[in-house]
Structure formats: C-alpha cells, structure tokens
Design a binder for this molecule. Structure first.
Ligand SMILES: Nc1ncnc2c1ncn2[C@@H]1O[C@H](COP(=O)(O)OP(=O)(O)OP(=O)(O)O)[C@@H](O)[C@H]1O
Ligand SMILES: [Mg+2]
Length: 260
C-alpha cells in the first residue's frame, strides 16, 4: 500500500520550461487516480516525478512517509511498477523473461546479469501472467503478441515487482477501443482486489469517468480540477482543456451559424 504526497512541487526543465507550477496532491493508498489535461500540461512530468525519473526543482515528493531522494531511489523504485504506452517489452525475449525482468530491481547485479532467478521469482512471474490471462503465451517471443497482449505482459511485469503503486503513462494510447477497455478494466480490478494504487495519464475522458476513483485535471502546470468522475461536468472539462464554458458556448454558436 502506498500513500503519496506532493507538496509545493515545481518542475523547471533546463530549457526554461516551467512544467509544474506548485502542485499539492495527496493520494491515499489503493486509489485509482487518473490525470487528464491537454498536451504539454505536465502529466508525464508528474508521473516521472513519482518514480524519480525526474526530481522536483522545488517542493517534495513523499512516498509512504519517505521523501524521494537520490539515496533511496532504488528502494522506492522497486515498489513502483511502470506501464508504458509502447509497452517497452524486450521484443526478442520470451514473455516469461520479460515478466521476470520485473524482479531485477530486487536482485543484486550479479544474479541479475546472469538472469538467475530463485524459484520464488519464477512462481511469482507465473502467478502474474495468470492474473493477466496469458500463461499459455509464456514461451512465445514478446514481439509475436498483439498490442493488447503485450500490454498485459507489461502489466504482469509490473505485478511481478509486487508493487505498492503502478504508474501508467497513456497505457491505452496505442490500442483499439475494445482492447483499451479491457486493459483499463484489468488495471482497475488489480487496484480494487490488491489495494495497489494506480496513477494513470489518459487523453480519453470516457475512460477516466468509467475507471477512475478520482480524477485530477492539469492545465499549464496547475491542478485545475480534483474530484470524482461524477463531478467532472462540462465546466470542469472546459477548465481542464483550457476554454471557459462561455467561450465554448460561443464556439458552438459559431459552429451552428457556420452550418446554417
Ligand atoms: N525532458 C524535458 N526537457 C525539456 N522540456 C520538457 C521535457 N519533458 C517535458 N518537457 C516540457 O514540459 C512540458 C510538459 O510536458 P509533459 O510531457 O509533462 O506534458 P504532457 O501533459 O505529458 O503532454 P502529452 O499529453 O503531450 O504527453 C512541455 O512543455 C514539454 O515540452
Ligand atoms: Mg505525456
């Protein structure tokens, strides 16, 4: 179980981009949080801060009461599973080995470099593959699977880490709508059944509404919405995607006139 707290987090990149502008966020354990926002709003930056791929320019990221620093990065990261838009599997390795690679963060460099895994790791990898329904594909090469199956392997790899938190940066952006709902459903079930927190970036409002416990909206580095799926009304959408409700009405009006 992971609790996450961001206090006064700013992120300046070297090119002078101010990607996050004072983000305060408390995520209780076991929550399925979806981050929405237009392109460039800072969604991926926020996700990368949570596993230490980026460090805040100002402010703190605290996971389970421990501030994320360079020194404890490895131990914190071992508890954080990542799921990627492009799945990030090793194509020429089989599915089982890809899932086992989720254990590497917990092993020393010698056993890892030889890919020597204890029996308990093999059992865990098998269980993770079973959870995503892909045991029968264990010995196939990763690149012989469909996109949806590859994403399931990505989720199994994250589960093999025994994570407290799964971070997913646009996990369904490369998948068709039906496969996308299956993957979103799987992530939500894992969250509900195992109490693993999930933080996911999405571009699809519908999936956010259907699968999130809580939604935050980012715009230009600020949190401009924080609420339940039911609270995400058209005004909130307008705030997140950068138009006021009145200007949206004007646009609609113009469209109606244009088609008249
Ligand atoms: N490594 C980097 N170096 C410099 N600037 C960056 C870097 N990563 C992101 N940025 C900038 O920070 C801002 C926020 O980017 P971020 O990738 O977090 O947005 P996003 O909300 O994930 O967008 P998208 O929906 O397009 O993925 C953008 O202006 C982007 O150009
Ligand atoms: Mg992004």
């Amino acid at each position: 179980m992971a609790s996450i707290k961001l206090s006064g987090v700013h992120k300046h990149y070297r090119n002078n981009v101010h990607a996050l502008k004072g983000v305060d966020l408390d995520i209780p354990p076991g929550q399925f949080l979806v981050i929405l926002g237009p392109s460039g709003a800072g969604k991926s930056t926020l996700i990368r801060l949570l596993n230490g791929l980026e460090t805040p320019s100002e402010g703190q990221v605290v996971i389970d009461g421990t501030e994320l620093t360079k020194r404890n990065l490895r131990s914190v990261r071992a508890k954080v599973g990542m799921v990627f838009q492009q799945f990030n599997l090793v194509d020429r390795l089989n599915v089982m080995t890809n899932v086992l690679s989720g254990r590497l963060g917990k092993r020393n460099w010698f056993t890892s470099s030889l890919f020597l895994f204890p029996r308990s790791d093999l059992e865990l990898a098998h269980k993770s593959l079973a959870r995503v329904g892909l045991v029968e594909k264990a010995w196939m090469r990763a690149d012989q699977l469909s996109g949806g199956q590859q994403q399931r392997v990505g989720i199994a790899r994250a589960l093999a880490q025994e994570p407290a938190l799964i971070l997913a940066d646009e996990p369904v952006a490369s998948l068709d709508p039906i496969t996308s709902t299956e993957i979103m459903g799987l992530l939500r079930d894992i969250c509900d059944e195992q109490g693993i927190s999930v933080v996911a970036n999405l571009h699809q409002l519908d999936y956010a509404r259907d699968y999130a416990h809580r939604i935050i909206g980012l715009n230009n580095g600020h949190i401009v919405f924080d609420g339940s799926p039911e609270q995400l009304d058209s005004d909130a959408e307008a705030r997140i995607y950068g138009r006021s409700a009145s200007s949206r009405k004007e646009v609609r009006h113009e469209l109606v006139l244009a088609h008249a």
